[in-house]
Design a protein around this ligand. Sequence first.
Ligand code: NAD
Length: 291
Amino acid sequence: MKIGFIGLGNMGAPMARNLARAGHEVKGFDIAAPCPEGVECVGSAAEAAKGAEVVITMLPDGNILRQVAAEIIPVMEKGAVFLDCSTVDVESAREVARQAEAAGLRPLDAPVSGGVGGAEAGTLTFMVGGSEEAFEIAKPLFEVMGKKAVHCGPSGNGQAAKICNNMILGVTMIATCEAFALADRLGLDRQKLYDVVSTSSGYSWVMNAYTPAPGVGVPSPADNDYKPGFAAELMLKDLRLSQQAAEAVDADTPMGQRAAELYEAFVEREGGRGRDFSAMLPRFESRRRRG
Ligand code: NAD
């Protein structure tokens, strides 16, 4: 396929590289990052988009997505797929999809989970919103860049699935770290807590597959001095998106709101920026209930 790829950062570069390796013709553009191996570098987003059957964007946020969409929608071929893989707010995803549809394009919002490791290994999971028809066209590309793609419904539903998942993840991480910190104060060995919880009703992906305590459970960023992994500021971004969406549709999400507040304090005032999101455990460890 002829593919335009816009946004060649930590995630975009390995995704574009995997598409080129699989034999697709990829034209890439980024305002700052270099083009990865196998990708033809062009001078603008419009140039990358012109003549492409599928245009993929992997950008930092909804405002930048809207700017890039305004540049590329007018030059894209009718019927081409506009596949946005960035994590953005539901409203921007739906607005960009409306504009793309009005121009005769096929929009898909397809945020990913799996991080940089998943992007490099081609094992991402895609959560996809948009038409069945567009999903079928993009399927072979999902198969190159990832191991699973779930069609979640109409435009915006991919982003909705992503922020709901990550709201659960943020809340669960905090709950698990709180429990380890409480166990410490109660004189309960962390390994024993893990042995019980990982096979009891408190088990979770966080406890069982991303254990936030160093030396306990499976290897995780906790065993590497909390180097990300999944950085705390990215978790904060996703929690903020979940609260923005909850506000817009009047949904009551008190735990998600509290998780967003805690990650905001951690990232902006407590030295959490650049650390893995599981570094909430040393944060709780160093704090007391009263002052
Ligand atoms: P990144 O900052 O490394 O990459 C974004 C790239 O977009 C940068 O290279 C930047 O120069 C480029 N860019 C910005 N404005 C542009 C423009 N107008 N035109 C062209 N390029 C432009 O970020 P990332 O880690 O690759 O993340 C990309 C998206 O994927 C984000 O929405 C993020 O939330 C999401 N995501 C990231 C991870 C992760 O672990 N890094 C995991 C899942 C989802």
